[in-house]
Write a protein that binds this ligand. Sequence first.
Ligand code: ADP
Length: 474
Amino acid sequence: MRFTMLATYLAIIVTTLVLMCVYIISLLSESLYSAETINMFAKANIISATVSDIWGSDTSATAADKFAGVIENSLAGTNIRGVVTNTSYTVLYDTNAESQLSGKVFMRDVLKRALDGEQAKTITTVENDMRLISVAVPIEIGGSIIGGVYLAESINTIDDTIQSTRTSLIVFSALIIILIGMLSLAMSYIITSPLEKFREVAREISKGDFTKRLAVKGHNEMAQMAETLNYMCDELELLEEKRRNFVSDASHELKTPMAGIKLICDSLVSAENLEPAMVKEFLTDMSDEVDRLTRIVERLLVLTRMDAGDTSLKAEETDIRMLINQVVKKLTPIATSKDIVIYTDYHDKEFDPILLDYDKMYEAIYNIADNAIKYSPEGGFVHIDVTSDSNYLTIKFEDNGPGIPESERDRIFERFYRLDDSRARDTGGTGLGLSITKEAVSMHGGTITVTNASEVGSIFTIRLPYKVRKGGRA
Ligand code: ADP
């Protein structure tokens, strides 16, 4: 990623600089060449006008001597070579005396075009790679062409200027590229190094280490991403801790009835001449322990299914009165054995059918009612009170058991949590019932709370919304 960024930056910069250099050089060449051409045309036209004047009044063969001075004056202080010819290309005057062209024919394309009446110019390369800029203009008298002025100058100085500008631009561009390259490298490092750290932490997470965190600096997008990752790690760590506790609690819970069974088995094996009644008693105890084991395993399975994301509700329109009556019917023998009365109050004659997953809600209500019976003293009562408004159905379970201290009211919904371990075990409790209930109620978009009754006992309240989407949470 770092190198992709660097290469992209550099490609953009190099392209921009190359285009800029090409543009500057072509602009510079254009303006230098055209300034020189304008200058040469101006001089050629002055010479042409002067020669025309002199020729107009004196057409003798020696007239050339008269305009020689004018030409020399016009071109004084420059490196321009000037040649004046008649229409037969015969040289009348040449500022380059060394070439001894006077009286000889001087044929040049640019001169030919001038004698055709054009203001002509051209750039040519002659020997030793010397580049010449040549202009030629006609000499006219009374509208007819009588000769031509040809001026030529080496443009190597201009080319040198352009070349040195080009070299400076290249050096300058190279420096900019190096500078920007270094800056981009630093920048890409600044941008990608947090990503590197992200990768490291993500790798650790995938290996199961959720303790790693990223340092959050500032409020930019990177910081937000770091915060999100840290939050994810917090959640995973919490989940992992819960999972570990769950496994160790579950093992512990399973160990107790198994130790009981083992003890009974050992006693049976070691005892001699046991009375059949005694054997029966041992076996009954063993059966109780097996029941307990089964109960724990069943509830663990329910919770595991819920944890595995099996949270879909098979919601169907349910008559709550019928559901509660079925729970009561099932629990009545247990209540009767403790001389406990269960009575129900339905405040409405008929309740609107509510969308519920029958099995899940049956289990939830059963657990609460079962607890109420379990933790109430002999001869006590369990009161189930059902009310509704347009949005919610409310079911209250009141008992005259020991109640629940305020500090414990949240914790009793945690897995394996019991207020009084030995008492709960005696009553066959697994410590899982309320967590299953809470999970089931919240799957229906409802809530469960607990308060203490005015004198003794506790009140569990389930509130269920009428609007529950079929097949999922509200
Ligand atoms: P258990 O199977 O042990 O009953 P639960 O999850 O159903 O597990 O309940 C958790 C704990 O909450 C119980 O061990 C008990 O201490 C307390 N509890 C639940 N219901 C009542 C109640 N009606 N009265 C008093 N304590 C209760």
